[in-house]
Design a protein around this ligand. Sequence first.
Ligand code: SAH
Length: 243
Amino acid sequence: MGKVYLTGAGPGDAELLTRKAFRLIQEADVIIYDRLVNTDLLKDTKSGCECIYVGKENKHHILPQDEINHLLYTKALEYACVVRLKGGDAVVFGRGGEEALFLASRGIAFEFVPGVTSAIAVPEMANIPITHRGKAVSFRVVTGYEAPEKGYAQLDWQSFIQDETIIFLMGLHQLKTICTQLMAVGKSKDYPIAVISRGTLEDEKVVVSTLGKIYEQAKDLPTPALIVVGEVVTIREILMGGS
Ligand code: SAH
């Protein structure tokens, strides 16, 4: 019986991969990977390595989660080294925990291999540090995925504190709601916000704006995209030689 490595592939740029993940990709008998994984990483596999795409983003799951779980299980029975490769880090809105629980319940050995999460790296590479003295004392990573009828409204908008950076993953389609809700709980229409599309990749796009204006400017950006809200967004302009 083999072992399953629940491995983070980093945010996009193939160089933002840990050495451990790189080694496992080279040693893998099978790699089961998602849509957000940079497929350049699959060039380093050994000959005969089976690469299985189970791409998923938002609701367009190609394989439902229970089938992915089952696939991991059957591949672990078949192979020694199973690499489950996921965008960013496997446990940051990546369902890595669920896959680990499923494997553990069936007596399959597993190990988490941390990856560089887009939540931090994508803003950072766009010159937006997510904490910064005097601008952000904390940061919060939240999902914009849930539809209102499925509990999106559960997000406690009042709970966002001052001087906090908020990073929304899977939130582009909810951009309007996010801005409206934040203004409804007292943030000004001039409060800084950025949308970063395809961060860390060559065709990255960054739109820096305000809660009042960003929707029209950023709604059509390509995915994956994340949203950063907070005073830290203003640092980008300074770092890039602006005011
Ligand atoms: N486990 C992943 C996140 C999965 S949720 C991680 O740790 O990074 C998927 C969301 O992550 C996307 O909808 C988007 O909001 C964000 N994302 C992932 N890669 C991104 C990229 N290169 N640029 C911008 N956003 C990205």
